[in-house]
Design a protein around this ligand. Sequence first.
Ligand code: NAD
Ligand code: LMR
Length: 332
Amino acid sequence: MDPIRVVITGAAGQIAYSLLHSVAKGDVFGKDQPVELMLLDIEPMMTVLGGVVMEVMDCSLPLVRNVVPTADPMVAFKDADVAMLVGAMPRREGMERKDLLKANVKIFKAQGQAMDDVAKKTIKVVVVGNPANTNAFICAKYAPSIPKENFSALTRLDQNRAQAQVANKLGIPCNDVNNCIIWGNHSSTQFPDVSYATVKVAGKELEANSAIKDDHWVRNDFISTVQKRGACVIAARKLSSAMSAANAIVDHVRDWWQGSGDRMVSMAVWSNDNKYGIASELMYSFPVKTAAKGKIEIVNGLKIEEWQRERMDLTCKELVEERDAALAECEE
Ligand code: NAD
Ligand code: LMR
């Protein structure tokens, strides 16, 4: 099989350090898919990145056919099949993710422009660097020759956090929880929702709500725990999440590349056609299903109650504000 070209940006940073081994050994693209790794970081990090390249080589992994460290986006994105855009400043304690907009958004403008010039038009892009949804919007906007549906932002970490909270509440393994959804922004306004989730308890498949039997928890503590989880990790580690972020990137891209099957998963994708009443031209996290090799379909027809509507609209409003601020920043 021919190798695919995979770009990882922020390759000298902490998330990339947790991510590279999984990508290189076939957890994302399959155990028979060779990869060329294009590792992008900024010039002052090239010595560190050189050490990371040595370690990738020293893992002696048969799927890795080439590793290219570079500080030049035009080299990194040339003919790329997949891009995991991690490289950006992380937040520190006391900040919201949108406080990073000014520092980070132009990175994604420049990388969108580079992809537009040199990447394959079929490239699949996941944006991780915060504020992830809005950076993904800008990246897509500045790559007009690449279809908007080829861009996404990561909300899988939030979905995994939600699943883990439900599993913990019921005392069951995480893989016995399915179809937890994240609506909206990867921010403290996100709406983690178990309304359509199912769980397996004592061998029986049940609706999550009827197994949990605690509406107050589902509508309050559960939501705020997931919303604030990133900040709690930062407060404890003095660094933002890395192992769990890398694990979520693997889940997101694997499901995009290999198909999600019957499960709903959450991805922030380009909103259009007013789906679920969400404004068009935003990167909004929806429940989606993915077919192998890349088609993402937003799940249609889920029934939305009034209390859900309010939360979906609140996070949408924040995304509209972030988008408009980002566009103004990029036009300066
Ligand atoms: P880090 O500081 O350890 O690493 C970031 C790396 O990006 C650094 O090596 C830096 O030099 C590099 N970089 C900066 N500008 C770049 C550019 N223009 N091109 C290429 N590389 C560049 O940070 P980290 O912990 O790896 O986090 C990276 C980003 O991911 C942060 O913005 C963080 O907030 C975000 N994040 C998002 C999620 C999510 O779920 N969406 C989860 C965790 C972290
Ligand atoms: C996370 O959710 O852990 C990341 O987005 C990092 C952060 O700033 O919270």
